[in-house]
Every structure is written in structure tokens, then in C-alpha cells.
Unconditional design. Structure first.
Length: 498
């Protein structure tokens, strides 16, 4: 196989198969569980590649699912499909894991002699939730034991003990803090910023409306997205339900990777091949408490710059982007760190609110969609950014139908990220007294009323502390007026005195 005058190295890793599955079923009693959905996706991905006999698989690797407690999902999938592999792997939690798996599989194919690796992930969370609400335990909800899987990837501890002491740990509490800090920095009023982010999210819904694999194939106006209603209640201000990742889905996806040598031996059509030109993995300082700023993500910037340099591309030369989109603040942080305008199309799927957010596995859908797009537009290039935790863990991949001039390249610039500034964090007792609000969110109850305030504050010596309040009047005011930059007083428990 040649490209121009250059023969492709037979060890070059390529993606040759992809599939996405969505189960829209209201009768939860007949719903397939996540193992079955992933098996369907793997079967379809192998068929997409034109692989008839999948008997020589080096590894089947699964992104950890929240809707199955099976010990070894990869082995269960193989059993269901009557195939086998030399390794059955399972990741820790993290939305970065699908791209991490692609990067690590590419390295194993390039360097370690692997010939074919199958990746998959999936959730039946919607059906599981409905079954539990009906007080039913479906057969697939019972945990299945078995031999322990191969553990893949790094399982970071991401919650500082001081954060846990204040019970500040949910993404729906923390991503709104990034949002309020961005709003204050950019000098927008509360109303103007709601309009700004709802317009961004409306554009994402427009993409989902044209994506045949999106969970919600509907365009929403900006006003529909930002206006609280019984069906679009405020969750963690400034985010309505339509600005949150939609994990109430039954979805699965799968990818098939192999070497050029194996693809040629199997006769996989050349127009199926997608080359991974470059990949990077890195993470911010583990704890949000230690981030220097809520408006800066050095690991995205460093990891993104490095993957582009390895791929020998500028961001403006990448026609197809999929930026991780669990909440509007993630997209803003990602776009800014990558040096890309929010006016560009930043998603190929429609994002986690509309295309669907099956917990850790959204990015596998983004990669599958990017593959389909590049097959249709073979002269173009794609970039996928995956994110896990609280804008914590990041993975990047640059894709194209043409082989990379210098082969697949990979780096982890973690040492450079680790050298970036970090803040010290103060206990509630140390923070007693005056502090300046740096970022905040206001959690709402299911009736849409302000319930709890969660805030990051800065002390006079530059240390960060965490603050809370159950004062609903304060919470309501924080939804109407800007509180970032204001001075507040904390008691010895970290509660805000008003």
C-alpha cells in the first residue's frame, strides 16, 4: 500500500470500524441492558469494517459503565458474541477514557505488535432508572461475577478532603462555578450571559437535529434553552436542565482498530480507514481546590497545543471539531484553551445535552461520528477533545483519511502541566472572616426553587476556601445579581453570613 511515493508502515494504527446504538423503548421490561447494547455495537462495528471472522482479537476494552455492575463486561460481551480475545480490559470512570483507549491502543499497535483491538462502552441508564422506579430488578441489573479484567488507565483521586467536608463534589455543582467565573471575567450581566450561553447551546442542538444517532434530534431556540419551565427546570444556576449533560439515555458505541498490515490481510476497504495522526493525554491539578483560576485550563491548552504540533496542523486547519460539551462552561474553556472561536461549529454530534451523554462513553460516539464525517469528506481532518472529572482529565486525537507523514505520534505533557501555578486551600476554620467570592453555583430543588449556595472564595493571602449557604433568599439574589467579586463573611463552618 502506498501513498504518493511513501509506503505506509505496516504497524501504522488505523480505525476501520465504528457503530452507534440507541435504544428508545418505553417498556423497560423488554429493554436490553448495557452488555447487550455494547455487544450490538461491537457486532455492527465489525460489520462496518467488513470483518467476517473476528477470531484474532488482541483485546476487547470497555469504558466503565454506571448501569452495570458486572465484574468483567468485556468478557461478557465476547461471550454474547461468541468471540474471544487475549485481553479483556476495563477503564476507571472518566469522560476522557474513550479517547485515552484509542491513544493507548494505537501505541500498542505501533510498538507492541497488537493487530486488532476492539473498544466499546454503553449505558442502559434510562431503562435502569425506570425499572428501579417501578421497584423492578431486571435480569441484567443483577451483578455478574467472573475473572477480574485488566485495569486500564489512571484512576485519579479528584476530591480534596476539604471539598468533601463541605459536600462539594457533584459536577452539577462545580461546572456552574466555572460559568459564573467566566461571566464575571468577561463583564457580562447575568441576563446577558444567560443569553450568550443559550445561543451557544442552541447551535449545538441544531447539529444534533441533523445527527441520525443523536438521542434528541430537535433544534431548540436560545430562549427555550435558557427559560426555566416545569420541563426545563433550573438545576444548578446558571444551568437549566437543557444545559446539563443528558445521561438519561440507553446508548452504546464501538470502534475497531487494527494495523495497516491486518487491514490489508483482511481486505478491509481503503475507504473505511481512518488514521489517528496524533494523540495526547494529560490532566489538570487533581483537585479543583488547587486550580489557580476557574477561568483557565492549562492542561487543555498544553495538551491541545501538543497534539496539534504532533499532527503538524494548526487549529484553523482542522475542519471538524468535537469539543467536550457536558456543560456550556466546558466548551468555553476548551475553545479558549485551543484558540478557537465560539462562532465556529464546535461539535460533530450535537453535544451531551442533545446527542446524549452516556456518562463516560460520550466521546466514543464523537469519534464514531468523526469517522463517518471524514469518510464522507476525505480531504478534511478532525479533532476530538475528551474530558473527565471537573474539566480535570483530558485526551486529544487528530484524525484523517490520509496517513500521517511521520507515523502516529503520541506524548503526555504532564510534567509541563504539573509546573503550572497552584493555589493553597484553607480549612473552614482558617477561612473564618472576610473573603471575596471567586465563583458560585446555586442548586435548586425539583420545584425550581433556589435551595443551596456553593461558592469558592479567595482569602486576603490568596488561598482558596469553600463556602456554603442554605439561605434561600441569598440563593435567589445570586441568580438575579452578580456576586462574584463581592466580599462575604464566613463563620467557622464555612457558612456565608448575610
Amino acid at each position: 500500500m502506498t501513498s504518493g511515493q511513501n509506503k505506509i508502515d505496516p504497524r501504522t494504527p488505523i480505525l476501520v470500524g465504528q457503530a452507534q446504538v440507541a435504544q428508545h423503548i418505553d417498556n423497560h421490561e423488554s429493554a436490553a441492558g448495557p452488555i447487550e447494547l455494547m455487544a450490538q455495537a461491537v457486532r455492527a462495528a465489525l460489520a462496518d469494517a467488513g470483518i467476517q471472522n473476528a477470531t484474532t482479537i488482541d483485546a476487547i476494552r470497555v469504558v466503565r459503565s454506571l448501569s452495570t455492575r458486572n465484574t468483567n463486561p468485556a468478557r461478557d460481551i465476547a461471550s454474547m458474541l461468541e468471540i474471544s480475545a487475549n485481553e479483556y480490559g476495563l477503564t476507571p470512570h472518566g469522560g476522557n477514557m474513550p479517547q485515552y483507549l484509542v491513544n493507548s491502543a494505537a501505541l500498542q499497535i505501533r510498538d507492541d505488535g497488537a493487530q486488532m483491538i476492539v473498544l466499546t462502552g454503553g449505558e442502559s441508564f434510562r431503562s435502569r432508572r425506570r425499572a428501579r422506579a417501578a421497584q423492578m430488578t431486571l435480569p441484567w441489573m443483577e451483578p455478574q461475577g467472573g475473572l477480574a479484567p485488566t485495569v486500564l488507565g489512571e484512576d485519579l483521586v479528584m476530591n480534596h478532603e476539604i471539598e468533601l467536608a463541605h459536600k462539594i463534589m457533584l459536577p452539577i455543582e462545580i461546572y456552574p462555578m466555572f460559568e459564573t467565573a467566566l461571566r464575571y471575567r468577561d463583564k457580562r450581566t447575568v441576563a446577558d450571559h444567560q443569553k450568550y450561553i443559550s445561543e451557544l447551546w442552541s447551535r449545538f442542538s441544531d447539529v444534533a437535529a441533523t445527527n441520525p444517532h443523536a438521542w434528541i434530534q430537535q433544534s431548540y431556540t436560545a430562549q427555550e434553552i435558557r427559560t426555566p419551565t416545569p420541563d426545563n427546570r433550573m438545576i444548578g444556576f446558571p444551568y437549566t436542565k437543557l444545559m446539563n449533560s443528558n445521561n438519561d439515555v440507553d446508548m452504546a458505541a464501538a470502534l475497531v482498530m487494527c494495523s495497516v498490515e491486518r487491514a490489508e490481510a483482511l481486505g478491509i476497504a481503503r475507504d473505511k480507514w481512518i488514521f489517528l495522526h496524533a494523540g495526547t493525554d494529560c490532566h489538570e491539578h487533581n483537585f479543583v481546590s488547587h486550580r489557580y483560576s476557574f477561568t483557565d485550563t492549562p492542561a487543555i491548552r498544553i495538551g491541545g497545543q501538543r497534539v496539534l504540533a504532533l499532527a503538524e496542523k494548526s487549529i484553523d486547519e482542522i475542519e471538524n471539531l468535537d469539543l467536550y460539551s457536558c456543560f456550556p462552561s466546558a466548551v468555553q474553556l476548551g475553545a479558549e484553551s485551543l484558540g478557537v472561536s465560539l462562532d465556529r461549529q464546535l461539535t460533530c454530534t450535537g453535544g451531551l445535552s442533545f446527542a446524549g451523554g452516556p456518562f463516560n462513553n460520550y466521546v466514543m460516539h464523537a469519534i464514531a461520528t468523526t469517522m463517518t464525517t471524514l469518510r464522507e469528506k476525505p480531504q478534511e481532518t478532525g479533532l476530538v477533545w475528551a474530558n473527565g472529572g471537573y474539566a480535570t482529565k483530558h485526551a486529544f486525537g487528530v484524525y484523517a483519511t490520509t496517513p500521517p507523514l511521520h507515523g502516529f505520534r503520541y506524548e503526555s505533557p504532564q510534567n509541563e502541566v504539573d509546573e503550572t501555578p497552584r493555589r493553597a486551600v484553607a480549612t473552614a476554620l482558617e477561612a473564618k472572616g472576610a473573603a471575596t467570592v471567586e465563583a458560585y453555583s446555586v442548586m435548586h430543588d425539583r420545584d425550581g426553587a433556589a435551595e443551596k449556595v456553593r461558592a469558592s472564595v479567595l482569602l486576603a493571602d490568596g488561598r482558596r476556601a469553600w463556602a456554603t449557604s442554605d439561605n434561600t433568599q441569598l440563593g435567589t439574589d445570586m441568580c438575579e445579581n452578580e456576586w462574584v467579586g463581592k466580599t462575604v463573611t464566613l463563620d467557622e463552618t464555612g457558612a456565608i453570613s448575610v
